[in-house]
Design a binder for this molecule. Structure first.
Ligand code: HEM
Length: 116
């Protein structure tokens, strides 16, 4: 992965904010999908409104998945500007580990959601 780009590309920035907003929405609005899963577990019919909102959760989650994949592709192709000037080697290492963990967490949330 090249670490030499002068700046993030507009597409990288757009995808970044799409993922941020998507995650906030997913965390803020998951009651309906939890109720649908509970109703199915109890063998009862979920409320139609809840089913609609559950599909919205799935739609936003899928958008996040596609955005993360696209962002990884852009990162691979164009690289990133690297760490801010003055970042120590230890800080750079921790930041890289955190970024990778974030990508892993995002993908894990989507995969576990899909499995559920
Ligand atoms: C990064 C993307 C996602 C985030 C941040 C996210 C977030 C959440 C959160 C916070 C909950 C509530 C968990 C709880 O209270 O137990 C939840 C539940 C759920 N999500 Fe997602 N989600 C994402 C993607 C998806 C996707 C792509 C799907 C399905 C295609 C999905 C399906 C579900 C289901 C089925 C539940 C109910 C789980 C249960 O009741 O045990 N999620 N999600």
């Amino acid at each position: 992965m090249p670490d030499t780009a002068a700046a993030y590309r507009p597409a990288q920035i757009w995808l970044h904010w799409i993922v941020v907003i998507g995650v906030i929405l997913q965390i803020g609005f998951n009651d309906a999908i939890v109720r649908v899963v509970d109703a199915r577990g109890a063998g009862t019919m979920p409320e139609p409104g809840d089913v609609t909102w559950a599909w919205v959760h799935v739609g936003i989650g899928s958008t996040i998945l596609l955005s993360v994949i696209a962002r990884l592709g852009l990162r691979r192709r164009y690289g990133t500007p690297g760490h801010a000037p003055g970042t120590s080697a230890a800080q750079a290492r921790i930041a890289t580990i955190m970024h990778n963990a974030l990508y892993g967490l995002l993908l894990a949330m989507v995969v576990t959601g899909m499995l559920t």
